[in-house]
Design a protein around this ligand. Structure first.
Ligand code: FAD
Length: 387
């Protein structure tokens, strides 16, 4: 892939891979069991600069191109813990993207800079219990009172929702305006009135997914991010990056699973031969590899366009829709190729299968993504960035 990656990129990949192997892999099973990623690793990521890849030098970042982010995401998937990877990228690319794009200098000094060093962990709170797909239908309100906003409502399924230090929260400042009345706020976790409950879930088990309640939470008016009532366009605008991230995660997770499966097939003997020699299975691998390669190539091309400044709504939507579908199928088929061992916790593909299932759900379900694509290709709808 020299079309996109330079020697510097390759060097970064190697050093990040070594770091993950040394500092993360030995702890993964424990974090998968407890659902709690210990603080020291956030700080180590911060010390190494990994949270600052994409952010301005002014706040301690490295301001590197998006292919470093691709490497960051791909290598995280090779650890084979969707939950660990999600905790890291939700902090670095959901919460921090809003801070970087909508935050003012004071907000960036207070939240973005310590996010880059790993001292503060963030989460992004959009989804609500009454319906996640209909973002415009959210019910959480933010009412202005003098120099404060009073927040009431609830959020659910929030990654880093329990152990993070600050929250980026979408709430309605003008409920009568529907999706044109949403604003974005940043707030500390310890503000009175904020409480969080940890949810149990099928996969992504290392990450804390939280349901969060806001009961008369008073925050300074200065915690409004960007312009009042512009929250919906801000959220939609960042979906381009978020959905491409989920597409990249999907191809990377699949590549790792496929490599593992091919090696397993070479070692596993049935009827006196390695199962890698059975033609039916070889053709299965060929199909999986072909679908995977198409997704990966498409995701890199979309990354290049986004990096060059294009607003790639349709492409990022296609990336997530297609790559997560491919990854789900591949995870399912690879378990099959391992036979009973595929179903065992002692083997890594069981976790891969359950982590993969979140792909077509989180960050916009496949049904919602098809709606967006249909509007663009059938109705000529054109989406423009908010800023
Ligand atoms: C582990 C995990 C982590 C998450 N992390 C975060 C996070 O950090 N921050 C955050 O804000 N959210 C997060 N989410 C929420 C996620 O984005 C939502 O779950 C998702 O957007 C779907 O919303 P919902 O679960 O309320 O489903 P619903 O909106 O209730 O949808 C239910 C079903 O109906 C379908 N559907 C709904 N509307 C339509 C329609 N118009 N046409 C056709 N089908 C439709 C959906 O596709 C789905 O199949 C996370 C979710 C999970 C499970």
């Amino acid at each position: 892939m020299s079309l996109y990656f330079t020697e510097e990129h390759n060097f970064f990949r190697k050093s990040f891979r070594d770091f993950l192997q040394k500092e993360v892999t030995p702890h993964i099973n424990k974090w998968e069991e407890t659902g709690h990623i210990e603080r020291f690793i956030w700080e180590k990521f911060g010390d190494m600069g990994y949270f600052g890849i994409n952010y301005p030098e002014q706040y301690g970042g490295m301001d590197l191109d998006l292919f470093y982010t691709v490497i960051f995401l791909e290598e995280l998937q090779r650890v084979n813990s969707g939950g660990f990877a999600a905790a890291m990228w939700a902090h670095a690319y959901l919460a921090m993207t809003h801070l970087n794009k909508e935050g003012n200098d004071a907000q960036k000094q207070k939240y973005l800079a310590p996010s880059i060093t790993g001292e503060k962990i963030g989460c992004l709170c959009v989804t609500e219990p009454f319906g996640g797909s209909d973002v415009g239908g959210m019910r959480t309100t933010a009412v202005k009172q003098g120099d404060s906003y009073i927040i009431n409502g609830s959020k659910t399924f929030i990654t880093n929702g329990v152990y993070s230090d600050y929250l980026i929260v979408a709430a309605k400042t003008s409920p009568e305006l529907g999706n044109k009345g949403i604003s974005i706020f940043v707030m500390d976790r310890d503000v009175p009135g904020i409480s969080a409950t940890k949810l149990d879930k099928l996969g992504w088990r290392a990450s804390d997914t939280g349901e969060i309640a806001f009961d008369n939470v008073e925050i300074p008016a200065a915690n409004l991010m960007g312009e009042e009532d512009m929250g919906f366009p801000y959220i939609m605008q960042h979906f381009a990056l978020e959905r491409l991230i989920m597409g990249i995660n999907a191809h990377a997770r699949s590549e790792w699973a496929l490599d593992y499966t091919i090696q397993y097939m070479k070692d596993r003997v049935c009827f006196g031969r390695p199962i890698s020699q059975f033609q039916a299975l070889r053709h299965k691998i060929a199909d999986l590899a072909a679908d995977l390669d198409l997704c990966k190539t498409y995701n890199y091309a979309t990354t290049k366009r986004l990096n060059d400044g294009e607003y790639v709504v349709k492409e990022a939507t296609i990336s997530k829709l297609t790559s997560t579908k491919m990854a789900d199928q591949l995870a399912y088929d690879c378990v099959q190729l391992l036979g009973g061992y595929g179903y065992m916790e002692e083997y890594p593909l069981a976790r891969n299968l359950r982590d993969s299932r979140l792909g077509p759900i989180g960050g916009g379900t496949s049904e919602i993504l098809r709606e967006i694509i249909a509007k663009m290709v059938m109705d000529g709808k054109n989406y423009k960035p908010a800023t």
